[in-house]
Design a protein around this ligand. Structure first.
Ligand code: ASN
Length: 507
């Protein structure tokens, strides 16, 4: 072991100077043990110590970091990590599956998501370090660590870009409507690119510079309340909007108004009352049904954030963290179900891939809908710092594995990441298609494949033989992930070649 390793903070978070404990040395040894068969015994002793402690619910013995975040704040943070732009695509997914099939799939993805967190937590109990990349390292050495780090980076950069796209395209419309600017003539405050930079510098960057994720609990709570407001508005609108709805652009054209709202090229056919297009379906299968699982999987991705949140949890145990995950997933499940159901019941077959757009087609200047847009904008903006944390941690794990916390590096990584995402959103809006592919590859890796294969490799054979039920189940889970990845990629390729791209998971 190199002397430098004795000071390693493997989770990428540092202690204050002088806070270094012998625990750090224990971790460094365990990192080494992964590579040296001779140390396997010591390693196993350490793992069983973690496991027995977790199971006994005695004083926890995780020594990689002393967390201070409460149970409630951790629920807010994880809930905020789960809830993002994914919610806007769910009504569309329901339109393409029907209500019953959607509920079955939503329940399945939520359940699988929670099982996958169980695998991650159990593996991290064995390794003793709560970092996704370290699980990869323990399971497969450097390639495993690289694979985890790269998947987290790609997935989360994709998610953050999708949030900033919302800021770029929604924020100018909201400002325009609130200021009642009918004919915009190049005002800077209606330019989405400037707004993205302003929001990034004034809101996201200061939050992303926080030393610990736990501090973001309050903003996460606020972000979730914004989404609750969105949900209440979606439910309320179901009883307000008559099906078939009158397209605003169509009305304005018919009445001869000069409107700045572009008419949808497809238009909305004015269907008579009693049209089947206004009857909700219980089951539905069409060419877009294939996108449902990628949309749902994207909506439930929070796995890169689980271990950082666990690291900062006060008195951490596996059971406690699993409760936090189950509560967050459970609450999001209910919110997702309600948003999808009422969004679908409002527009039935006319619902678009992005729910907010559909409301704008009724009346883009409706005050409630403008407030809802503002709420969604705020919610996704406040999610960016949470999603940025695991990327910074992955970069630290990959490039500066043996370094203690250092403010200049912490700040430089955040600034660089935000700059890259801003440049992508401003100059390469067409890259969303690429993120569809990334979403289709990194999401199944992070949710299904990595937790399962890491678990199989990390949990010692003495404790769970290869043919034991938990490991066979984990193997099936990994297989499901591969199947899902191949399917999603196949659909995207078919979509591209037939030229009807809808962009699956990358909203
Ligand atoms: N955190 C993520 O990667 C995506 C998040 N689950 C969303 O719905 O936007």
């Amino acid at each position: 072991m190199e002397p430098a390793e004795m000071n390693t903070i493997p989770n990428g978070k540092g202690h204050e100077a002088g806070e270094e404990t012998t625990a750090t040395a224990i971790k460094s040894q365990s990192g080494d043990a992964a590579q040296t068969p001779g140390n396997a015994e010591a390693n196993l002793a350490e793992s069983s110590e973690f496991l027995s402690n977790a199971d006994d619910k005695k004083t926890p013995r995780f020594t990689d970091f002393e967390g201070k975040t409460s149970f409630g704040m951790s629920i807010f943070n994880l809930g905020n990590a789960i809830m993002g732009s994914g919610i806007l695509g769910l009504a569309y997914a329901m339109a393409n599956t029907g209500i019953v099939l959607f509920i079955i799939l939503l329940t399945a993805v939520a359940g699988l998501s929670s099982y996958s967190i169980h695998l991650l937590l159990k593996s991290s109990g064995v390794v003793g370090i709560r970092a996704y990349e370290q699980l990869g390292y323990r399971a497969f050495g450097t390639p495993g660590k690289m694979a985890a780090g790269i998947a987290i980076t790609l997935q989360n950069i994709g998610a953050m870009s999708s949030y900033l796209y919302i800021v770029k395209y929604e924020f100018p419309l909201v400002i325009q409507a609130f200021l009642k600017v009918d004919n915009p003539s190049g005002e800077w405050y209606l330019n989405g690119n400037y707004l993205v930079v302003i929001v990034s510098c004034s809101v996201i960057l200061p939050l992303a510079l926080m030393k610990q994720l736990g501090y973001l609990g309050y903003t996460s709570g606020f972000s979730l309340s914004c989404m609750v407001f969105f949900l209440i508005a979606v439910i309320y609108k179901t009883f307000q909007v008559k099906c078939p709805f009158d397209d605003y652009a169509h009305n304005r054209t018919v009445l001869g108004f000069n409107t700045s709202v572009a008419a949808d090229p497809g238009g909305v056919a004015m269907t008579p009352e009693g049209d089947p297009a206004c009857t909700p379906r219980l089951f539905n299968l069409n060419s877009q049904t294939a996108y449902t699982v990628p949309i749902l999987a994207f909506a439930f991705v929070c796995h890169p954030e689980v271990l950082p949140i666990y690291t900062e949890l006060r008195n951490p145990t596996k059971t406690k963290m699993q409760h936090i995950s189950n509560i967050s997933i459970g609450v999001m499940y209910i919110m997702y179900l309600l948003a999808a159901l009422f969004g679908y019941l409002t527009f039935i077959d006319k619902v678009e891939a992005e729910l907010l757009h559909t409301y704008s087609r009724i009346d883009p200047y409706d005050t409630l809908i403008l407030c809802v847009r503002l709420a969604v904008l705020t919610a996704v903006t406040l999610t960016v710092p949470i999603v940025l944390f695991p990327v910074r941690r992955a970069i630290q794990q990959l490039f500066f594995p043996n370094k203690t916390f250092w403010w200049p590096r912490h700040i430089a990584i955040a600034v660089t990441l935000l700059t890259i995402i801003n440049l992508l959103v401003i100059f390469a809006p067409n890259i969303l298609g690429i993120f569809g592919v990334i979403g289709a590859t990194s999401a199944p890796c992070l949710i299904f494949i990595f937790p399962a294969v890491f678990y199989i490799r990390i949990v010692p054979k003495e404790e769970e033989p290869m043919r034991s039920a938990p490991k066979i189940l984990a193997a099936c889970f990994a297989f499901l992930g591969v199947l899902f990845m191949v399917m999603s990629l196949g659909f995207i390729i078919i979509d591209w070649t037939s030229g009807t791209s809808k962009g699956s998971s990358g909203h």
